[in-house]
Ligand binder design. Structure first.
Ligand SMILES: NC(=O)c1ccc[n+]([C@@H]2O[C@H](COP(=O)([O-])OP(=O)(O)OC[C@H]3O[C@@H](n4cnc5c(N)ncnc54)[C@H](OP(=O)(O)O)[C@@H]3O)[C@@H](O)[C@H]2O)c1
Length: 339
């Protein structure tokens, strides 16, 4: 079997220092799959938990033990029956794992054509964050013109994608939370950024959104924080509000819950995942995301939604890239280039 280089984890899991570049089997494209030579891949928070051993156990053995959910690169080989792609095509895509490597097998329906005006780095930063934001806000949140939206971890990869998606969907206000004044200032300064920001460490975000919405509350909350934000999230929501839960970074258990507000405000609380969804679901979601992608970049890169890359690392510095994310320093996306 041919070999390739990939970022591997010493002992299968562990601290940042366990990441190293080693050799592993090069994948062979099966029926309906496309082999891509990766140029760049995106870092995601979930890579950190998978590295620590809290990864895709529930996703089953089909999930690669190699980290990495998104990439950009060139098609080098086609599996049986592939019709949509040709060798040499420039693509970017979403996978359940395996993108921290020189080559990856991707189902043909999970690939997108890389527009010429997007760099490899920009293309690699799109799939996980923007498809997650699209699914949460458009599909589940049913965001519409005039809605008021609250987005936690606003400066995260997902957060900045969600803020812009909400603005582009016509939200009247988009309040974003983050932990530092620098992140908050940045979120208000960017085109299509947050209309309001709250430092959740020093301010009460529920009180702030009440002021912003003249006491009405927000129609949609996009939450990745969980436990510590739960009570204030429920307080923040307006009648018929929707909360889409993407993660629970602060903890999964909420000790005492008053169901009254959920009941009387007719709230909808929706969990949302992307990686664990079936191939068919992901293929359909990506197909519906195709139209949205034009807004992401515009025909010549001047579209209303922008890509914000925090920092680009060579893959020889993969440990530094993980450290930057673990320290919560990133504003936007961390991307790694393969040399
Ligand atoms: N369900 C899905 O479909 C789906 C898909 C993609 C991602 N996600 C989830 O979305 C979240 C964001 O992902 P990402 O890759 O965009 O993350 P990221 O860029 O690493 O940003 C995460 C940010 O969350 C904030 N945060 C708030 N409370 C935190 C806490 N208790 N512990 C750690 N960080 C906290 C931090 O910003 P501040 O310093 O400003 O607080 C941190 O920088 C992750 O939890 C990820 O697992 C879910």
């Amino acid at each position: 079997m041919s070999k390739m280089r990939a970022v591997l984890i010493k002992d299968g899991q562990g601290p940042i220092e366990n990441l190293y570049i080693g050799e592993t089997d090069k994948p062979v494209p099966m029926k309906g799959q496309v082999l891509v030579k990766i140029v760049a891949f995106g870092l995601n928070r979930t890579d950190l938990s998978q590295r620590q051993g809290n990864g895709p156990v529930r996703l089953g053995p089909s999930v690669s033990s190699i980290l990495g959910l998104e990439f950009s690169g060139r098609v080098t080989e086609l599996g049986e029956g592939v019709t949509r792609w040709a060798v040499g095509d420039e693509v970017f895509g979403l996978v359940r794992g395996g993108a921290y490597a020189e080559f990856i097998n991707c189902n043909e329906g999970l690939l997108l054509k890389k527009p010429n005006h997007l760099s490899w780095v920009e293309a690699a930063s799109i799939p996980e964050n923007y498809i997650t934001a699209y699914q949460a806000l458009v599909k589940y949140g049913e965001v519409k013109k005039g809605d008021h939206v609250l987005i936690h971890a606003g400066a995260s990869g997902v957060g900045i994608a969600a803020i812009q998606t909400a603005r582009e969907s016509g939200a009247a206000t988009v309040t974003a939370t983050a932990s530092t004044p620098e992140k908050l200032d940045w979120l208000r300064s960017i085109p299509n950024g947050a209309t309001h920001t709250v430092n959740y460490r020093t301010e009460d975000f529920a009180a702030e959104v009440r002021k912003t919405t003249n006491g009405r509350g927000v129609d949609i909350v996009i939450d990745v924080v969980g436990q510590s934000h739960w009570a204030k999230n429920i307080q923040s929501l307006a009648i018929d509000g929707r909360m889409i839960m993407l993660s629970a970074l602060s903890g999964r258990e909420v000790p005492s819950v008053n169901l009254g507000e959920i009941l009387y405000k007719r709230l909808r609380i929706q969990g949302s995942t992307l990686r664990s969804r079936s191939l068919q679901y992901q293929t359909e979601l990506i197909a519906s995301f195709h139209d949205f992608i034009d807004k992401l970049t515009g025909a010549n890169g001047g579209g209303p939604i922008r890509i914000y890359v925090h920092k680009v690392y060579p893959w020889t510095e993969i440990q530094s890239a993980h450290r930057e994310m673990a320290d919560n320093k990133n504003r936007g996306k961390i991307i790694v280039e393969i040399q």
